[in-house]
Every structure is written in C-alpha cells, then in structure tokens.
Unconditional design. Structure first.
Length: 175
C-alpha cells in the first residue's frame, strides 16, 4: 500500500512535468505567432502599397494634364507613416534615425551606444521588452530588416552593429 505523502509527491511530480511541457509548447507557439504576425504585417503593407500605387496610376490617367513633377515621390516624406508606406526606409546619405518607427529607432540607438556588436537577446531588455523567446525573435526580425535596408551590419551571424556607411558612422552615439 502506498502512503499518502508518497502519492501526493507522485502527483506533484506529474503535475510539474505537465506544467513544464505546457510551458515549452507556449514558448513554441509564441515564436510561431510572432512569425505569423510578421508575415501578416508584410502582406498587409504590400496590399496597401499596391492599392495606393494603382489609385495613383488611375488618378494620373484620369488627369493627363498633371505634370510628372507635381506627383510626389514616395521617398519625399521625412517621417513615413500611413497606409502603403514602407515603415523602414532604405538608408541613404542625409537620412536620420528619426525617420524610423519608435521601436526601430530605439534598436538603432541601443546599438549606437554599445561598445561593440550586440545580439538580439542583449537588445531586448535594453529597449524595455521582456526577455521572452517571442520578443527576442521579433527583435531579431527587426534587426534583419534594418540590415536589409542598410541601417545595420551583421558582420557575424547574430552580431549586429551600426552600418559603417550608415547613420552615425564614426560616431559612438546616434544623437
């Protein structure tokens, strides 16, 4: 016959194992959810951009007497926001960090203040996010986007630093 304390200990052990398994599943689901949200965001932006371009083309066809120089360029706005606008513009000479959305600006500023390259898991707490797998993966995606657009460099896998030709080249602080 099993004693009551032994039975309680066995049940506690089984419950602890179940909790650990569920926590592992929750972490995996959080990562998958973050990736799905990023995919959805890219698709929404693409759809909105296409709709805007088609609307502008239709308007230009309807008003043939509008001169080409009267149509504003997509990259003329200093602070991009709104429907169909690329939220992280490609870096070019003279473009400042202030044009980036807040979280991207925070990431660039943290990297600018760092003495060397940083990993996503080091950046997450410095921008005020909890150090969960989902937040780290989301931040890694943002870092990769900043690399693609010329704001950052990834010299070694997972090691992010300011782009040598990018904002603050030769300076330790982006401000």
């Amino acid at each position: 016959m099993v004693s009551l304390p032994e039975e309680l200990q066995a049940r506690e052990s089984a419950a602890r194992q179940w909790v650990e398994e569920l926590e592992a599943e929750a972490v995996e689901l959080a990562v998958r959810l973050e990736r799905a949200r990023e995919d959805l965001s890219r698709l929404e932006i693409t759809r909105e951009t296409v709709a805007q371009v088609l609307a502008e083309l239709s308007a230009a066809e309807a008003e043939p007497d509008v001169a080409a120089e009267d149509v504003p360029e997509a990259n003329e706005t200093s602070v991009p926001h709104g429907v169909g606008v690329m939220m992280v513009p490609p870096w070019r000479e003279g473009l400042v960090v202030a044009v980036l959305p807040d979280v991207y600006r925070d990431i660039v500023e943290v990297i600018a203040d760092a003495p060397g390259p940083l990993q996503a898991k080091q950046i997450v707490p410095r921008i005020g996010l909890p150090t969960t797998t989902g937040k780290i993966e989301g931040t890694r995606g943002k870092l990769k986007r900043l690399v693609e657009r010329g704001w950052l460099d990834e010299d070694a896998p997972g090691q992010f630093a300011l782009a040598r030709r990018g904002p603050g080249a030769g300076r330790s602080n982006s401000r």
